[in-house]
Design a protein around this ligand. Structure first.
Ligand SMILES: *[C@@H]1O[C@H](CO)[C@@H](O)[C@H](O)[C@H]1NC(C)=O
Ligand SMILES: *[C@@H]1O[C@H](CO)[C@@H](O)[C@H](O)[C@H]1NC(C)=O
Ligand SMILES: *[C@@H]1O[C@H](CO)[C@@H](O)[C@H](O)[C@H]1NC(C)=O
Ligand SMILES: *[C@@H]1O[C@H](CO)[C@@H](O)[C@H](O)[C@H]1NC(C)=O
Ligand SMILES: *[C@@H]1O[C@H](CO)[C@@H](O)[C@H](O)[C@H]1NC(C)=O
Ligand SMILES: *[C@@H]1O[C@H](CO)[C@@H](O)[C@H](O)[C@H]1NC(C)=O
Ligand SMILES: *[C@@H]1O[C@H](CO)[C@@H](O)[C@H](O)[C@H]1NC(C)=O
Length: 407
């Protein structure tokens, strides 16, 4: 894939370097510190620089301020320390993959890269960047990092942080994120604070003990929260999702949530198997849901005081006695279920269902019965296999919603 013999490339570099500080390489593979030093006279390296797997333990690529292509190290079991005291910009990707002895990465001037993709850097704990303030796509997976302070972005496209077992705190200055934020399987005590985040396309957050988004106003796509450890979740400023779902599944410690301003969910709402959550009474203003609503849990009360329009099914089932809530909610049922029609899909509400927590997927019951209101709606849940992939489940919500409203 990469240029095998670097000699021609370096001949080109040294002959050009004398007159111009721009060195053109299409792809050059550096195999030793001596070869790295040949780049020192280049101010700009036009092309991609690959550090070969036989690089030695320490490589310093100081000299260039810019690499217009990628800077790549892959499958390198020797490199322990990699640095540049001059590099400010990487036009392409800063890719480090399977560099298992790398402990120190020092790029104190680096502020901009199109993408950062660091995977399997299992010893990396000593990191310095500019800090990095500009990047479009960041993935940090399976590192030994304890802190992400070297990243100081205010906006980014995609951001994935996963399997960093030592990461226990991340406070971000992000104000907007145009792609997807994925945080999962990091240190079990990871606390995430996003004090300035106001607009996000999608997010999938798992296994965190805290997640704060005090300024979040709009989720353009979906927000998913799975298997988190937090007891409360609050979205004080969230007004709506513009195309996607909101889901909370298997957050075993969750006791309370607050969504004081949420008026519209453009997709579905799924709340399931959050066994400590004993009520769903925190949507005081939610009036419109364009997908389906599916709620499963140990609830004693379910209230949607402002509901005006649910395009899909509305399907609630609880281990607890929610008969009174079912009765109240049944007022919104479709006309063919003797309600006022604010819910357009099938309305189902089941109390005292021992198995309510076992159903965490996004599909809804196809039963047209309003079970809970007669007090005998026990165990008619069609439990699907555990571990259904959430993505599919969420899209399922919308699909089922469409189906239900076509009935
Ligand atoms: C990781 O790199 C080492 C060399 O350091 C190599 O032997 C190993 O096969 C690589 N692992 C993967 C999954 O590519
Ligand atoms: C982390 O979250 C995932 C869901 O994304 C879940 O399957 C997994 O069990 C969780 N791990 C722990 C240790 O909670
Ligand atoms: C929440 O929204 C209000 C009104 O738009 C705004 O004044 C306030 O600063 C926002 N809160 C945060 C934490 O951004
Ligand atoms: C919001 O999401 C929709 C659907 O994915 C997309 O068409 C639209 O461009 C997004 N809005 C912005 C501002 O990115
Ligand atoms: C429900 O959540 C618990 C953890 O709180 C988990 O052990 C169980 O497997 C989950 N059940 C389903 C059906 O996802
Ligand atoms: C949930 O949190 C809100 C806001 O902090 C609070 O007003 C409410 O009493 C809490 N509800 C429960 C059941 O703890
Ligand atoms: C939730 O309900 C299940 C089934 O009734 C029960 O086994 C479990 O203890 C309940 N969990 C909590 C936290 O109330």
């Amino acid at each position: 894939m990469f240029v095998k013999y670097l000699l021609p490339a370096f001949v080109a570099i040294s002959s050009v370097a004398a007159q111009s500080a721009t060195c053109t390489v299409s792809t050059t593979t550096i195999k030793s510190q001596a070869e790295a030093t040949k780049l020192a006279s280049c101010k700009t390296v036009k092309g991609t620089v690959v550090l070969g797997s036989e690089s030695g333990a320490t490589v310093d690529i100081s000299g260039p301020k810019e690499i217009t292509g990628d800077l790549i190290v892959e499958n390198n079991g020797m490199l322990q320390s990699f640095q540049s005291s001059s590099l400010e910009t990487i036009g392409g990707k800063f890719g480090l993959n399977n560099v298992t002895l790398l402990g120190s990465l020092q790029f104190p001037k680096l502020t901009s890269a199109n993408a950062v993709e660091w995977v399997s850097l299992t010893r990396l704990d000593n990191l310095a960047l500019g800090p990095l303030s500009k990047a479009d796509d960041i993935r940090i997976s399976d590192t030994f990092l304890e802190s992400l302070d070297a990243f100081a972005l205010t906006s980014v496209g995609k951001f994935k942080i996963d399997n960093n077992g030592r990461l226990t705190k991340y406070s971000s200055q992000l104000t907007s994120l145009s792609g997807e934020l994925i945080i999962q399987a990091n240190g079990l005590d990871l606390e995430v604070d996003m004090p300035k985040l106001a607009w996000i396309a999608n997010m999938a957050i798992a296994n965190v003990t805290k997640f704060t988004v005090p300024a979040l106003k709009v989720v353009n796509g979906s927000a998913r929260f799975d298997s988190n450890l937090f007891e409360t979740f609050s979205a004080p400023n969230l007004t709506n999702t513009e195309t996607g779902d909101i889901s909370f599944v298997g957050n075993g410690f969750l006791k309370n949530m607050t969504f004081p301003r949420l008026t519209e969910i453009a997709g579905g709402l799924l709340i399931a198997n959050n066994t400590g959550l004993d009520r769903v009474t925190f949507f005081p203003k939610l009036s419109k849901v364009s997908g389906a609503v599916k709620l499963r849990g140990n609830f004693s009360a379910v209230e949607f005081p402002a509901l005006e329009n649910v395009k899909g099914a509305f399907d609630v089932s609880s281990t607890g006695d929610i008969k009174a809530s079912c009765e109240k909610l049944s007022e919104f049922a479709p006309k063919n279920q003797n309600g006022n029609g604010k819910i357009q899909g099938v309305f189902t509400c089941t109390a005292n269902n021992d198995k309510a927590n076992e159903d965490t997927d996004g599909s809804t019951s196809d039963s047209g019965q309003v079970d809970g209101t007669d007090g005998s709606g026990k165990g008619d849940d069609k439990n699907s296999a555990a571990g259904v992939v959430l993505n599919a489940a969420l899209f399922g919500l919308v699909a089922v919603a469409g189906l239900a409203s076509a009935l």
